[in-house]
Design a protein around this ligand. Structure first.
Ligand SMILES: [Zn+2]
Ligand SMILES: [Zn+2]
Length: 128
């Protein structure tokens, strides 16, 4: 998984489209929401670099694990690190699990790269 891909998964898990997230973000200098949406898309496709200020802006609206993001960025840069465990569907990770309305973690690992929230039938089968 690339850093951009990870951000896209977490945005989708937060239920936001690129446009919706772009509308919520404030940038300095101020640019139009359309420009922000283009910039988000470039980040999510790993075309534009992911800056710390971008992450700081985004984490107010979507939940991200910055440790995971750092590791993915290092791996992409060619550093020999083992990949952090990330759900391939929703992008949740150990320090950033899927949560219920009270913020309690609700998911666990079904397999190496799938969490229980992304396998509803498996989750139910175990819960019952
Ligand atoms: Zn998941
Ligand atoms: Zn999860």
């Amino acid at each position: 998984m690339t850093p951009g891909n990870y951000i896209r998964k977490r945005r989708e898990a937060a239920g936001l489209t690129v446009d919706e997230l772009a509308l919520r973000l404030e940038t300095i200098p101020a640019v139009s929401a359309m420009t922000r949406a283009q910039w988000l898309t470039m980040m999510e496709t790993d075309v534009a670099p992911i800056s710390i200020s971008a992450i700081n802006a985004i984490v107010s609206f979507i939940s991200l694990d910055e440790t995971v993001l750092d590791a993915l960025a290092l791996i992409r840069a060619g550093v020999a690190l083992s990949s952090p465990q990330i759900c391939i569907e929703c992008g949740c990770s150990e320090h950033d699990p899927c949560c219920d309305e009270d913020g309690k973690p609700t998911c666990w690992w079904i397999s190496e790269e799938l969490c229980s929230c992304c396998v509803p039938l498996a989750g139910q089968a175990i819960a019952q």
